[in-house]
Design a protein around this ligand. Structure first.
Ligand SMILES: NC(=O)c1ccc[n+]([C@@H]2O[C@H](COP(=O)([O-])OP(=O)(O)OC[C@H]3O[C@@H](n4cnc5c(N)ncnc54)[C@H](OP(=O)(O)O)[C@@H]3O)[C@@H](O)[C@H]2O)c1
Length: 277
């Protein structure tokens, strides 16, 4: 518990709150959506493939269904984002929270970094970083007009320090972490809240093929609870599980000589356990 005031206005109630989740069809985004439906929020759930959500949507009560819209959307498509944003603002008369969860992981390592890999690198940056800019470009004029609302971006602890085997993913998240700080400074005075969310390892499709050891692995439902609790506290940075993420935060302060030494030991230990390929 902190003695200092929260950096954002706490989102203390979810009833009737108007929430747009981009990247809600699976994993962490879908888990947050399920909790918010139970708390009677009004939701727009976006992603490219809605089939994963449709079955669950069919099981909702009539009232929950009328409060939960599924919208096919690719975060790489600026027109699609702008259209959905404008339709939502019109239909809802405003918006309380935009949660950007959409992301892809690449697993790129240096020996594979050849011209053939450029499409993968571009796709990672388009989705994980430029997608957030596209959302901002579409919603900021509307949020500035209403002078309230909260933007939350799911980034990653992979953005804290340079990491092997994530040579497109980790830099995309590092840039997103940095972007959130700049946004916070400029948008808070305008009444708009900003949070960056940095999970450790979560058991989703993204990590299902990982061939390395994932310390402190969480379930998406636990991640959803952590995200919502952080928003309810008004946190700027929401990171979890603390026993893992705190170590990575401390690593940001280490001299690089020591960081590379410790990273080397961690990689070697993982390899000995049959991980890291
Ligand atoms: N799992 C972890 O260990 C972990 C750790 C730290 C951070 N994160 C971050 O958490 C976020 C969610 O990851 P997850 O673990 O839940 O992965 P996931 O299960 O693979 O889900 C990814 C979500 O992003 C959506 N998405 C991907 N590309 C998209 C696009 N071009 N346009 C719109 N939506 C798109 C997917 O929907 P469609 O495929 O239907 O479009 C899906 O809903 C990501 O930003 C990830 O980097 C995950």
């Amino acid at each position: 518990m902190s003695l200092l005031p929260p950096l954002n206005p706490p989102l203390t109630k979810w009833f009737n709150q108007r929430v747009w989740i981009i990247g809600a069809t699976r994993g962490i985004g879908a888990a947050v959506a399920r909790v918010l439906v139970a708390r009677n929020a009004r939701l727009c759930l976006s992603g490219r493939v809605l089939s994963g959500l449709q079955e669950w949507h069919d099981t909702l009560t009539t009232e929950q269904k009328t409060h939960t819209t599924l919208t096919e959307l690719d975060i790489r498509d600026p027109q699609g984002i702008q259209k959905t944003a404008q339709e939502l603002f019109l239909a809802w008369g405003g918006i309380d929270l935009i949660l950007v969860v959409a992301g892809i992981y690449d697993g790129l390592c240096a020996p594979d970094l050849t011209p053939d890999q450029m499409p993968l690198i571009e796709d990672t940056l388009q989705t994980n970083l430029l997608g957030s800019y596209r959302v901002l470009a579409a919603v900021l004029p509307l949020l500035r007009q209403q002078r309230y609302g909260h933007l939350a971006f799911v980034s990653s602890v992979a953005g804290y320090n340079g990491l092997p085997r994530a040579l497109a993913y980790a830099p995309s998240k590092a840039a997103l972490n940095n972007l959130c700080e700049g946004l916070y400074f400029e948008l808070r005075p305008l009444g708009i809240g900003i949070s960056r969310i940095c999970p450790g390892f979560v058991a989703t499709d993204m990590t299902s093929h990982a061939d390395y050891f994932m310390p402190a692995l969480m379930q998406p439902e636990q991640a959803a609870q952590e995200i919502l609790a952080g928003l309810e506290r008004g946190d700027f940075e929401i990171h979890f599980p603390k026993r893992f993420t705190t170590l990575l935060k401390i690593a940001q302060w280490l001299p690089r000589r020591l960081y590379f030494y410790l990273l080397g030991r961690a990689v070697a230990r993982s390899s000995a356990q049959g991980a890291f390929g």
